[in-house]
Every structure is written in structure tokens, then in C-alpha cells.
Design a binder for this molecule. Structure first.
Ligand code: ZN
Length: 175
């Protein structure tokens, strides 16, 4: 196999690692990681080996810290919801697909809520409701706030890879 030079430092050798994830419903996904042995260059790519085409609602109950490492693949067409925290992320043409875990999703939402709060503060508006949400997000990071992650995907392709399968469900939307 040819060695691949790092595009960033031009010195290091790129090391390629491949991991296959087994998804619910026996689907498989390949995670390819390109990493330089000299600098901090890193690139990750996700390739669905068998793609679920069914549109549906994937749902995971998060009740402890271990659940937070469950992996999530969100396709650009999917909407994400955490009803207990009143959080929602709409799909859209600019929405990236991403591969993260539950903690990563909390992190994205937390950043959005903080910038919303800053806007309220700037307009001298009440932030009490927002503060409650932020407190609950903090508890959620420690596994002390139970919540539900819902991925509503109208065209299919999103996944949750649960740490605890008994807390996962998938409902078909239409066929
Ligand atoms: Zn490099």
C-alpha cells in the first residue's frame, strides 16, 4: 500500500484506521479515520455499508452517564428533538450530517441556548426559563437528568447506536 503524506505538515505519514459499527437492525457503517503521525491533522469519514432507507423516528431514553456515549449519526434531512429540555434542531439545506455521541449533541444545543440567552440579556429580557434549561443540560451531562433523544428522519439514513438497546426504539414513518 502507498504511504500517504500529510496534507497539512507535508512531513508526517497518514495512518488510516477503519472501524465497522454494527447498527440496530443489522445495518453496518464504516468509520474511516485519517490521522497524521506528526501533527494534529485528523479527518473522519463515515460510510454507510448498508443504508437504511426507511424514514422513521429513532428514540433513545437517556437515564445515566453511560447512555451519553451512545453514538448518533444525523443525516441532513433529520430533525433532532429533546422534548424534556424543549430543544429542537430543524433539518435544512445547510444542516450538516454529523457523527457524534449524545454528549456531543448536548454540547451543540448548550452552545445554541447560551447564545440565545446572551441575546436576551443584551435586550434586557427575562432569562429565567432559559436558566432552567441550562441547569438541566448541566445535570444531563452528569447523568442526573433523564431525557429522550428523538431523531425524526423523513427520508431515512439517520442512526442511534445505543449503549443499552432496551432504551432504544424505532418507529417507521411511512412506506
Ligand atoms: Zn501532519
Amino acid at each position: 500500500m502507498n504511504t500517504l503524506r500529510c496534507p497539512k505538515c507535508k512531513e508526517g505519514i497518514i495512518e488510516i484506521s477503519k472501524t465497522i459499527y454494527n447498527l440496530p437492525d443489522n445495518d453496518k457503517m464504516l468509520l474511516i479515520k485519517l490521522e497524521c503521525n506528526k501533527c494534529d491533522f485528523i479527518n473522519k469519514d463515515i460510510i454507510p455499508i448498508t443504508t437504511r432507507t426507511e424514514p422513521g423516528i429513532s428514540q433513545l431514553k437517556i437515564t445515566n452517564e453511560k447512555d451519553l456515549i451512545s453514538k448518533v449519526y444525523r443525516s441532513p434531512t433529520a430533525k433532532i428533538e429533546i422534548p424534556e429540555l424543549e430543544l429542537e434542531a430543524e433539518p435544512g439545506p445547510a444542516a450538516p450530517f454529523y457523527f457524534t455521541n449524545i454528549e456531543g449533541i448536548l454540547n451543540r444545543f448548550e452552545k445554541a441556548v447560551i447564545s440565545y440567552k446572551n441575546a436576551l440579556v443584551a435586550d434586557q429580557l427575562e432569562t429565567k426559563d432559559i436558566d432552567v434549561i441550562l441547569e438541566n443540560i448541566k445535570k444531563a451531562y452528569d447523568g442526573n437528568f433523564s431525557f429522550t433523544l428523538k431523531i425524526i428522519d423523513q427520508s431515512g439514513g439517520s442512526y442511534i447506536i445505543p449503549e443499552d438497546k432496551s432504551k432504544y426504539s424505532f418507529i417507521k414513518l411511512h412506506s
